[in-house]
Design a protein around this ligand. Structure first.
Ligand SMILES: *[C@@H]1O[C@H](CO)[C@@H](O)[C@H](O)[C@H]1NC(C)=O
Ligand SMILES: *[C@@H]1O[C@H](CO)[C@@H](O)[C@H](O)[C@H]1NC(C)=O
Ligand SMILES: *[C@@H]1O[C@H](CO)[C@@H](O)[C@H](O)[C@H]1NC(C)=O
Ligand SMILES: [Zn+2]
Length: 451
């Protein structure tokens, strides 16, 4: 908790380096802030506990009331600190039952503006994924619990803790009568865990109003690669593929019909198998050629990243990675494309030995994409490749390939002032911590299951 909070404060300070007005970074500002934080540590953790206790599970429309309740609580906290809030309507969703319900609104907030200061907009979300004790939680997921100096609770890191850290950072500035070095805006939603319905449309609609004066957006909603603090400077994009192979009109019995016709499942297995080899290489022609070449500067970045391969192997029960080095593994996860096969709809997957021949199967896989791959180009390459493999099989069945989601990859410039501020923030926060007795709280907020 305090780790986030200190980092938040340092980012605020760092962001002001371009404005001339404040004594940015000086210990005259920092000392009282740090003292305030240390003095209010218990209160901050208690508030996080109150937030975690609100079961804001966005995957279940029946729980959206709780999502809205927490958005209200968030808005109230911002208002108490002098911020202006607005609940932006993002439309409705039709449920499986046919009923149409209003989505939880998106909370937009801002504070008094000083034209001389840069404006920072902070994104966060207050919803969570479902969590039940039976899922493997050692403690009650909605009861924030400290175990060996770590705090466990659903949403504690993702994303309630970070959102609260920002609010507490503002509180610390105000309580110690320090001038905030930046203008602040917040965009807080309650549907992140189910795909942020309506958010993109809202940001488009407000591009010339709410977002028009925003210089930087900060997203503090990601995991660290190790127990060391980390800044995310890019994420891979993703396209999801559905490969449908259709044969006869009904499922058939292998004892009666097996052997006399081409089964859709064999076609599908061949198609899926043509996508990737045993070394993890994607076999779709042309796809790897778009990948931005690795620069020397970028290669060096990976050398300093802390990632204990042996420890991770043990933790995950993996005895062999496809790459031999730490750098190789991380690059495979972050800066090269990957292809994962997720499932086959229509396949027999229950226990036991049913002798069915499925009439229609849909293979599902996705490709994680990196700069400079274009989702539309990838889609075309994959479709052409699958069609070619299928044609070679001279199958009488029909093939249809469709896609959803075409999130583009992005990578940020590490020399951007915001990253420079972020780096400074993490380092200073860390230093300050190490000299205080709450060192054990440094890495305090963890959830015991990942989303
Ligand atoms: C949230 O606050 C609004 C008023 O701002 C109120 O109408 C609504 O009932 C509240 N929702 C919940 C779930 O508390
Ligand atoms: C939360 O857990 C603590 C023990 O860790 C227990 O004393 C407390 O009653 C629990 N609270 C709720 C609301 O279940
Ligand atoms: C905002 O969106 C409108 C409509 O899509 C577009 O015409 C305009 O160029 C956008 N403005 C900015 C600042 O991006
Ligand atoms: Zn999140």
């Amino acid at each position: 908790m305090a780790g986030f909070l200190l980092a938040a404060i340092m980012i605020l300070l760092g962001s002001s380096s371009s404005s001339s007005s404040s004594s940015s970074g000086s210990s005259a500002v920092l000392e009282p802030l740090f003292q305030y934080i240390h003095g209010h540590q218990n209160e901050f953790v208690q508030r996080l506990g109150e937030w975690v206790a609100i079961q804001s599970d966005s995957s279940d429309p029946a729980m959206w009331r709780e999502v809205k309740r927490l958005l209200n609580v968030t808005a109230q906290k911002i208002q108490e600190m002098g911020g202006r809030v607005e609940f932006a309507d993002v439309g409705t969703q039709q449920l499986a039952s046919g009923e149409t319900v209003a989505l939880p609104p998106v909370l937009l907030a801002d504070f008094e503006r000083d034209a001389r200061k840069p404006t920072l907009c902070i994104y966060g979300h207050v919803d969570v994924q479902p969590a039940k004790k039976e899922d493997g939680w050692v403690t009650d997921p909605y009861n924030l619990t400290e175990v060996n100096g770590n705090l466990y609770g659903r949403g504690a890191t993702d994303n309630k803790g970070p959102v609260l850290a920002w609010l507490h950072a503002v509180e610390a500035y105000q309580a110690t009568k320090q001038e905030l070095p930046v203008n602040l805006k917040f965009i807080i939603e309650g549907m992140e865990e189910t795909g942020s319905d309506g958010l993109e449309e809202l940001t488009r609609q407000r591009n010339e109003s709410f977002f028009s004066d925003v210089d930087y957006i900060v997203i503090s909603d990601n995991v660290w690669v190790s127990r060391r603090p980390a800044l995310t400077y890019g994420t891979r994009g993703s396209t999801y593929f559905f490969v449908e192979v259709k044969g006869v009109n009904q499922d058939l019995h292998s004892g009666v019909w097996g052997g006399c016709y081409q089964e859709p499942m064999s076609d599908l297995i061949a198609l899926l198998d043509s996508l990737i080899d045993h070394s993890g290489k994607i076999l779709v022609p042309g796809l790897n050629e778009a990948v931005a070449p690795l620069t020397e500067e970028e290669r060096k970045l990976y050398e300093n990243i802390h990632f204990d391969v042996e420890e991770v192997k043990k933790e995950m029960g993996i005895n062999h990675f496809l790459q031999d080095t730490k750098e190789g593994i991380l690059m495979a996860r972050w800066r090269y494309p990957s292809l994962s096969i997720h499932g086959i709809e229509g396949a027999f997957s229950d226990p036991g030995s049913k002798t069915v021949i499925p009439r229609r199967v849909i293979g599902k896989f996705s490709i994680r994409q990196v700069p400079n791959m274009e989702p539309a180009v990838v889609e075309r390459q994959v479709k052409e490749h699958l069609q070619q493999v299928f044609t070679k099989r001279k199958s009488p069945n029909s093939l249809a390939v469709t896609t959803t989601v075409g999130a583009k990859p992005w990578v940020a410039d590490l020399k951007d002032p915001q990253y420079v501020a972020g780096r400074k923030a993490v380092k200073a926060g860390l230093r300050n911590f190490i000299v205080t007795i709450i060192i054990n709280l440094l890495i305090s907020v963890f959830i015991s299951t990942t989303k």
